[in-house]
Design a protein around this ligand. Structure first.
Ligand SMILES: *Cc1c(COP(=O)(O)O)cnc(C)c1O
Length: 561
């Protein structure tokens, strides 16, 4: 019998379900109130595409949706993301109590507005708005919206100036490094500004290359996006050096180019670690605006960003709408109107409950743990880190670290600045000795244990380099870190010991990891449940299955399934 190579599970299930005898649903007995006795437990599919004609009791629906969501990754083990996944239970409570309030209803919820204004003052202060200037800003749904507002303000100011000078406003451009997060490129495309994307290199730490700045700016440059904390490697861009190049350009040409800081992560890390080479915030007059994600190192759940301008002078009037709505007058300059306010309240909660001291302690812990992970990976002899936070200040790259040896663990100032991010790859010796081991397999196998660690290419120009990346957030405790280190090392060892056939089976299988995992579990944990789907006869599947069995007996997957 020839076996089909692909099966659409939805089609298969639907065809079998139509043939199944329909039993009479229970009516009006106590059993109907039990979650798994109702129609969705076996005889009917939960509606996926059309609104069902009739509803169901909330308890059942809650449980069914909750059960399905169990298939998602676990947020705390999602080490791919900068986005915060833990909050104090009292913050959870405040959010739940205020989840019904709309941020846009300023008149109706004046206390929320006051809290919003206090957060903006606190952030302006944290980022050193000089005496005599008053920060203005707004909560947004994330850094992306905040970046778009920052970019838009720069574009409008440039247009105004050009019009006053009787010059063309046809061809605005904006500068960013090739390491730019997608939000920055989105701004350029959505708001019709040419993105001048400067190539990055190992020497520029995979960040905006200041030596390429002068040749790329001109009278049509509306601004520079400087990234405080590259998403690829955690390096900070040299804001003060960028500012100096723009000072010289202004001296030569009279054209003043402002800077918007994309501080999605870094603007909530640097003020507490004090580690950054040179100035980056409102102490530099050229920095007009700063954005951050409250939901990254602001330590709030997803759904919060901040856009702050040093002074209302830099927020053009035609971006501000005066609104007469529901009985009051309010000013609005965000892209969204209605939005949740619980995150803003949660941010205020963090500011008050943690204080500077709390943030300092959390950021130092995260950096200490990130350095520990970096050092352990390099000490294994298999990996090298592309991030540099564990190296002595001023020394970059793997070889530098090897010569320097250990430095005092506790003095953060001795280390290179950067986000608590570990970007790492197989070192050259490892790749020479184990050419058949793919780095992506480390990511795939760790996923089985629950860790989500992406493997991806560095920005264009350096994209031949693949990195694995771990973002060390506050919830990565020293204990969890120990487990992670031993799991990365044992996974790597397993791959080193596996032969080429095993590894190819792993690499060649299509479909999401979740699908493949489920198939394997079905075949080997519940083989009796499977009729007609004989995975063992398919050759690719078969070697994957053998691999699975071998690893299971070796205990590699002992914590799963
Ligand atoms: C996360 C991130 C963004 C996008 O922020 P959101 O809050 O997800 O919209 C932009 N820039 C950088 C550097 C980031 O890390």
């Amino acid at each position: 019998m020839s076996l089909s190579k692909h099966i659409d599970p939805d089609e298969l299930i639907a065809s079998l379900r139509e043939n199944a005898p329909k039993h009479q649903p229970l009516r009006d007995t106590a059993a109907t109130h039990h979650v798994y006795s109702g129609r969705y437990a076996a005889s009917a599919e939960i509606p996926k595409f059309r609104l069902p004609d009739s509803g169901s009791d909330s308890h059942t629906i809650y449980q069914l949706i909750k059960d399905e969501l169990d298939l998602d990754g676990r947020p705390n083990l999602n080490l791919a993301s900068f986005v915060n996944t833990f909050m104090d239970p009292y913050a959870d409570r405040l959010m739940a109590e205020n989840v019904g309030k709309n941020m846009a209803d300023a008149d109706e919820y004046p206390v929320v507005q006051a809290i919003h204004a206090r957060c903006i003052s606190m952030l302006g202060n944290l980022w050193n708005v000089p005496k005599g200037e008053t920060a203005i800003g707004a909560a947004t749904t994330g850094s992306s919206e905040a970046i778009h507002l920052g970019g838009l303000a720069m574009k409008r100011l440039w247009q105004q100036k050009r019009r006053e000078q009787g010059k063309s406003t046809e061809k605005p451009n904006i500068i960013m490094g090739a390491n730019a997060q997608v939000a920055l490129e989105k701004f350029a495309r959505y708001f019709e500004v040419e993105a001048r994307i400067l190539p990055v290199s190992e020497e520029s730490h995979y960040c905006l290359d200041v030596t390429k700045l002068r040749e790329n700016i001109d009278e049509n440059t509306i601004g520079v996006f400087a990234i405080l904390g590259s998403t690829y490697t955690g390096h900070y861009e040299p804001v003060e050096e960028i500012s100096k190049v723009l000072d010289e350009f202004e001296k030569e040409t009279g054209h003043s180019i402002p800077i918007h800081i994309d501080g999605a992560s870094g603007a909530m890390v640097v003020p507490f670690t004090g580690c950054c080479d040179g100035l980056w915030d409102f102490r530099l007059p050229r920095v007009h605006s700063i954005s951050t994600s409250g939901h990254k190192f602001g330590l709030v759940y997803a759904g919060l960003g901040w856009a702050i301008w040093r002074n209302e002078k830099w927020l053009p009037k035609d971006l501000i709408f005066e609104l007469h709505y529901l009985g009051g007058t309010e000013q609005t300059f965000t892209l969204n109107f209605s939005r949740p306010c619980a995150q803003v309240i949660a941010q205020y909660f963090n500011f008050l409950s943690l204080g500077k001291e709390g943030y300092v302690s959390i950021m130092h812990n995260a950096l200490t743990n990130a350095r520990m992970l970096s050092k352990a990976l390099e000490a294994s002899g298999w990996y090298t880190c592309v991030s540099d936070i564990h190296r002595k200040r001023g020394s970059w790259g793997y070889e530098a670290q090897r010569r320097l040896g250990q430095i005092n663990e506790n003095d953060a100032k001795l280390y290179n600045p950067g986000l608590p991010v570990v970007a790492f790859r197989f070192n050259d010796e490892f790749r020479k000795e184990y050419p058949h081991v793919k780095q992506a397999s480390v990511s795939t196998l760790l996923r089985v244990k629950g860790y989500i660690i992406p493997n991806y290419n560095l920005p264009p120009n350096t994209s031949s380099i693949e990195i694995l990346r771990v973002v060390v957030r506050e919830s990565m405790s020293a204990d969890l870190l120990d487990m992670l280190i031993s799991d990365i090392l044992s996974t790597t060892e397993t791959l080193m010991k596996s032969d080429i056939v095993d590894i190819e089976a792993l690499g060649n299988t299509s479909g999401s990891w979740a699908d493949r995992g489920r198939k394997l579990v079905d075949a080997y944990v519940h083989p009796h449940d499977k009729d007609g789907l004989d995975l063992k006869s398919d050759s690719a599947e078969s070697s994957e299955s053998n691999l699975w069995r071998k690893w299971r007996t070796k205990g590699v997957f002992s914590t799963t399934c």
